[in-house]
Design a protein around this ligand. Structure first.
Ligand code: ACO
Length: 155
């Protein structure tokens, strides 16, 4: 499976994958905003026919309190392509680009407390830590873990 930077032409495929995989959905305009503002920070995994089977949509925090930091808006991989290491590769690509292009000091994201697969990816595979619990963060009332990875720990 190929992983490459997302282009404007991939946005509908990303939106479709997101609709299949997650209840947190976004307008097409929001995908476009990411692609135009931080083109280096979103990636797709594509099958041999060029279809989007996974994506990461990420950005830089627009009003950071301190040093620049990146944020993962959404990541998902469609079901038949899971456990092949695609999300791990997508995350690492975005992380590298945040440091290389924007000098990011850290990266943050939110994840549902019940999302064991994603929490394991972030914590066990990538070394993120939970830094806060946001009560009723999601529309259905579920809490979110705010997770963070400090790039300086690998410097
Ligand atoms: N159960 C336990 N651990 C898991 C699971 C699982 N089902 N899936 C992945 N992991 C962990 C494992 O540690 C795995 O390493 P291993 O395979 O060596 O054991 C590691 O994550 C890397 O797995 P990948 O193969 O890279 O992950 P995958 O490509 O399958 O994608 C993802 C993981 C994105 C969570 C996928 O299951 C998915 O799309 N889920 C639905 C959407 C979703 O929950 N997205 C995240 C929401 S939070 C946000 O977007 C910021």
């Amino acid at each position: 499976m190929d992983i490459r930077q997302a282009t404007i032409d991939d946005l509908l495929g990303m939106q479709n994958a997101n609709l299949l995989n997650l209840p947190e959905n976004y307008t097409f305009k929001y995908y476009l905003y990411h692609a135009l503002t931080w083109p280096e920070l979103s990636y797709v995994a594509v099958d041999p026919q060029g279809r989007v089977v996974g994506y990461i949509l990420s950005k830089m925090e627009e009003e950071p309190a301190g040093e620049p930091h990146g944020h993962v808006t959404s990541i998902s991989v469609i079901r038949p392509y899971r456990r092949l290491g695609l999300a791990n590769r997508l995350m690492r690509q975005a992380q590298e680009a945040m440091v290389a292009h924007y000098g990011a000091a850290q990266i943050t994201l939110h994840v549902r407390k019940s999302n064991r697969a994603a929490i394991s990816l972030y914590r066990d595979t990538l070394g993120f830590e939970v830094h806060e619990v946001q009560k009723s963060y999601y529309a259905d009332g579920e809490d979110a873990y705010g997770m963070r990875y400090d790039f300086k720990q690998t410097a």
